[in-house]
Design a binder for this molecule. Structure first.
Ligand code: EPZ
Length: 419
């Protein structure tokens, strides 16, 4: 099992080009199944979750290959419609293939997906929406067997009880080649939804309203291939900004989609960091000790503060001057990283969805274990600002979402190595 060894206390400085976005690359890879032609995805991050998606595609009969952050996917010939349980368990996004396989072939067999353990992560909204679009769903010995009686799903009006990102993506994927019009009310508005729709439009789909709560999809007979660039990763952006802020450093982040980072940056600014944006760049300078954030930081669906940035911001606030309060509203169990931060000397009290962080002057390196992707990144960030050496195990979680994290951090002057 690999580990990251971090010798803390170095100020991070420099320029970094941001990786492509995992959470839009994954549904876009699934969407490529709908195209009878080759798709070329540029700026595709090379991550273990992306390789899992590639294994799913190859298992279905597509051909998916990578080189230099470009994925070339040819889904002309699909020979299977079932995703084996071991591949379903590798990540949550395996469920997004359901809508795409159904859209392409009219049938599919999946099972409950895996992914980060953040509390219960049901798929009831996904299944209810598919049923509304005419899909028969039967569960048998852990398998979810889906079939559209006449080979093609039909459009429907679907009102989601919560703006679920994954359910919105699955509905879009099933609807783009369905008969008639589909309307999603209370749709997720995350930028990754817009990226998926941007890709689908480039393949000939008719979709409007993405980025808003009401999305309308007019079903097409078929989609074609395209060349598309995946958007930059706003959560990796939040992560590197938090790390640099925590170490009192300075950074120019390049290849950023600046508008999409606003919900995070507007909170980080309250810590006293100077932050400027221009074109596709963000400049951050953090001088003396950070200030605590006065207002409660409430995670909310986009355009609220992103749940995926909660842990990494916390890693910077544990040494801020004063008390900050988080309220986690998306997942029931997304404070699993706090035990590791406390082991490193942080003062954090968690009660249900609330976490109260009283800033301490200094953290100390310790042996800790990453429990999930963003929590693991928060441990790296805390270790970089701590005095002494930290050993972080469980780093397969981190590798699911950060491309060569140790190289990025070393590039900024951090002392980190993988052993
Ligand atoms: C996506 O997960 C992201 N994953 C998550 O990022 C992110 O935290 C989350 O959206 C929220 O922004 C990917 O895009 C691959 P949801 P998803 O469906 O789609 C409940 C990361 O670190 N719910 O919006 O699974 C659910 O339990 C990952 O990169 C149901 O109850 O999130 C949760 O409480 C972690 N029934 C809430 O909705 C359903 O059928 C939001 O989930 C679906 C969801």
């Amino acid at each position: 099992m690999q580990k990251l060894i971090v010798n803390g206390g170095k100020t991070l400085r420099g320029e970094l080009s941001l990786q492509g976005c995992k959470n839009s690359a994954l549904p876009i890879m699934a969407a490529s199944l709908l195209c009878g032609e080759e798709c070329v995805l540029n700026n595709c991050p090379e991550l273990t979750d992306i390789y899992s998606a590639s294994r799913i595609l190859n298992g279905l009969g597509s051909r998916c290959r990578f080189s230099d952050n470009t994925a070339v996917i040819d889904s002309q010939n699909i020979s299977k419609t079932e995703i084996p349980e071991n591949l379903m368990r590798e990540m949550r996004s395996s469920i997004i293939f359901m809508g795409a396989i159904l859209g392409r072939t009219g049938e599919c067999t999946v099972s409950i997906p895996g992914g980060c353990e953040l509390g219960p992560r049901p798929i009831d909204m996904h299944l209810a929406a598919m049923k509304k679009m005419g899909v028969d769903i039967r569960e048998s010995y852990g398998k979810i067997i889906c079939r559209v009686p006449f080979g093609k799903a039909h459009g429907a009006k679907i009102s989601l009880p919560f703006p679920s990102v994954g359910a919105t993506e699955n509905i879009i994927l099933c609807a783009v080649t369905a008969d008639g019009e589909t309307v999603i009310n209370n749709a997720a508005r995350e930028p990754e939804i817009c990226d998926l729709c941007g890709f689908l439009r480039a393949c000939g789909a008719e979709i409007s309203g993405d980025g808003e709560s009401r999305i309308v999809i007019k079903g097409q007979n078929r989609l074609h291939g395209c060349v598309y660039a995946i958007m930059p990763d706003r959560i990796a952006c939040a992560t590197y900004l938090s790390m640099v802020a925590a170490t009192g450093g300075e950074i120019v982040l390049k290849n950023v989609c600046v508008a999409e980072t606003e919900p995070f940056v507007s909170v980080l600014e309250q810590t006293g960091c100077s932050i400027y944006t221009y074109d596709d760049r963000i400049y951050l300078r953090s001088g003396s000790r950070l200030k605590a954030v006065k207002d409660r930081i409430r995670t909310m669906p986009h355009p609220g503060f992103p749940t995926d940035a909660q842990a990494v911001l916390m890693s910077a606030l544990v040494t801020a001057n004063g008390t900050s309060v988080f309220e986690e509203n998306i997942f029931d169990c997304r404070y699993r990283h706090t035990d590791a931060l406390v082991k490193m000397g942080a003062d954090i009290q968690v009660l249900g969805k609330i976490a109260v962080i009283k800033g301490v002057p200094q953290l100390h390196g310790a042996n800790v274990e990453a429990t999930d992707l963003r929590g693991g990144a928060a441990m790296v960030s805390a270790a970089l600002s701590a005095e002494g050496t930290a050993e972080i195990s469980g780093i397969s979680h981190i590798d699911r979402g950060y491309e060569k994290i140790e190289e990025a951090v070393r590039h900024l002057g951090g002392d980190i190595r993988r052993v």
